[in-house]
Design a protein. Structure first.
Length: 343
């Protein structure tokens, strides 16, 4: 852990700690000058179940709950961003007291002689993936609760891989391991049912439709009985967008149907699905609506090329170089969903 520098760059997987002791997880790779788009994840709470350095913390998962907490206690962290046309949680750089980097955490654990049982298991998982994929162990990042020292015995192993080439190699290796290696297990129907009840019941999506997508995902599962989640993120040189180069405008909420024409960006966070033959089922009539995007990892690998899908979320315009298109954004509401109608 190290003090914040004004020259830092910020990307998915990083965590920040504010002057008040709140811990935020960074979203995406595009951030406004002087601020970082990041959502509060852990907050000091005398009744919290997680303890670090003698201080108790409470974890907040749902996005609505994160906003409600800040609206009540620290409303200055929520700003209306004119580029994204949205009320967004943004942390001022001068309020950041500590920075947590996934690659640095991995490096520290590799050389540590005092790993916890969970940390030891995380290192073993990364070492296996490294051996099978040929990606250096130092290129695996540890994020989530392990990164910020707030993991519990039942916590997940959260990994992040930066760069398309490395991500593809790790992804293919993980798919193979889930099929062939006993230590790696895909989620069972009973585990998926628990996830469905806690995360997706509000959408109105049936469990059968939920499983249809979740069972095909390879970035989540169990390693020796512990949940894992792998996040794939573009490297800096692969991202052309800079803050303000693309302008977004909220149109409204709606649902659509269409066919996935390209899924090459569907396993990254943020994820993107290119669409064709789109029809507006409900909501404002716009066109052409050409893609679905999400900054939430849960929507990665939600559909594959050729799938006919139905999705509900926020419809917004996207203007680049005087050219306007439209897209559906998933993850801003607990009612957002994307299901596969036909393979």
């Amino acid at each position: 852990m190290r003090p914040c520098s004004l020259s830092q760059n910020w990307r998915e997987g990083d965590f920040l700690e504010s002057a008040e002791g709140m811990i935020f997880d960074v979203k995406g790779l595009v951030h406004p000058p002087g601020r970082v788009v990041a959502f509060v994840r852990y907050m000091p709470d005398v009744d919290g179940t997680r303890v670090r350095e003698g201080r108790r913390y409470r974890k907040v998962y749902e996005l609505d709950d994160r906003y409600k907490f800040l609206e009540t206690n620290y409303p200055e962290y929520i700003v209306h961003d004119g580029v994204f046309d949205e009320d967004i949680i943004e942390v001022p750089i001068d309020r950041i007291s500590r920075v947590y980097r996934p690659l640095e955490k991995t490096e520290a654990l590799i050389h540590s002689q005092t790993r916890t049982r969970l940390e030891q298991k995380a290192v073993e998982m990364m070492a296996t993936l490294s051996e099978v994929s040929g990606v250096s162990l130092g290129d695996f990042g540890l994020t989530g609760s392990i990164l910020v020292g707030l993991a519990e015995s039942a916590s997940d192993i959260d990994l992040v891989i930066y760069g398309s080439e490395k991500s593809c190699r790790v992804r293919e290796s993980l798919r193979k391991l889930l099929e062939e290696e006993e230590a790696f297990c895909p989620y069972s129907d009973s585990i998926l049912l628990n996830l469905y009840k806690t995360r997706h019941r509000e959408t109105g999506v049936s469990f059968e439709d939920y499983v249809l997508s979740e069972a095909r995902k390879s970035f989540q599962g169990l390693f020796r009985g512990t949940d894992f989640f792998v996040r794939y993120v573009k490297d800096w040189f692969e991202v052309e967008e800079i803050y303000g180069s693309t302008m977004y405008r909220k149109i409204g909420s709606g649902s659509i149907e269409g066919i996935v024409s390209d899924d090459q960006e569907a396993f990254f966070t943020p994820c993107t699905y290119s669409l064709r033959d789109v029809s507006i089922v409900d909501g404002p009539e716009v066109g052409p609506l050409t893609e679905i995007v999400s900054f939430r990892g849960r929507f990665c690998e939600q559909a594959m090329k050729g799938d006919r899908i139905r999705a509900q979320g926020k419809i917004e315009s996207k203007r680049v170089n005087q050219v306007t298109s439209y897209r559906l954004v998933l993850g801003n509401s607990g009612r957002d969903y994307m299901i596969v109608l036909d393979h």
